[in-house]
Write a protein that binds this ligand. Structure first.
Ligand SMILES: [Mg+2]
Length: 187
């Protein structure tokens, strides 16, 4: 399909959704690219999964910020690869460090750095334990499969984001109604 074709499809898809996340966060190894960068050297030439670049550019053009959350123990190699691939400047923030937590500390840092609340974020990763931990923080989180971040994962992510947002709104409304009732019964 090529990067431009993917980008166009991704942008058309985003037009179908009334609300979009403010920040999309992606893992690197086996989400953006099909390898562990700790197993390669800085001198290697990396390549991305086939849909990754088109999707990143589509998000950017739609005004959705993009950031990285990676537990790679070799941030220097990861950074070199992002530069070589010409996508480093797309990201508004990058948290690349190894950690015992399943990326909860990466997300705390991303929230501080960007000011975007967890409920306005969408996250893609290939490891279920990260998905579990980060979704408990209130971030809509999607497990990617063998193609890394692709159009199917994007659609799933945008749909789930809308669902989570509307149930959050409903809960807020319920709480507002409840507290109004209890205030008026006190008067
Ligand atoms: Mg990974």
């Amino acid at each position: 399909m090529g990067d431009d074709g993917v980008k166009k499809e991704a942008m058309d898809m985003m037009d179908e959704f009334e609300v979009l996340p403010r920040l999309v966060v992606v893992d690197l190894d086996y989400t953006l690219w099909p390898f562990y960068c700790e197993c390669l050297s800085k001198h290697d030439m990396p390549s991305l999964y086939p849909y990754a670049k088109g999707i990143l550019y589509a998000l950017k053009d739609k005004g959705v910020d993009v950031a990285v959350a990676s537990r790679s123990p070799t941030p220097d190699i990861a950074n070199t690869f992002l530069e070589k691939l010409g996508i480093k400047s797309i990201f508004v923030a990058q948290e690349i460090f190894s950690s015992w937590t399943h990326k909860t500390d990466h997300f705390q840092k991303l929230k501080q750095r960007t000011g975007v609340p967890y409920s306005e974020m969408l996250f893609f990763d290939d490891e279920d334990r990260n998905i579990q931990a980060v979704s408990k923080m209130g971030v809509t989180s999607i497990l990617v499969d063998d193609d890394g971040v692709d159009l199917g994962a994007l659609r799933q992510g945008l749909s789930k984001f809308v669902q989570n947002k509307s149930s959050l709104e409903k809960n807020k409304q319920r709480w507002r109604n409840f507290s109004q009732k209890s205030t008026s019964s006190q008067n």
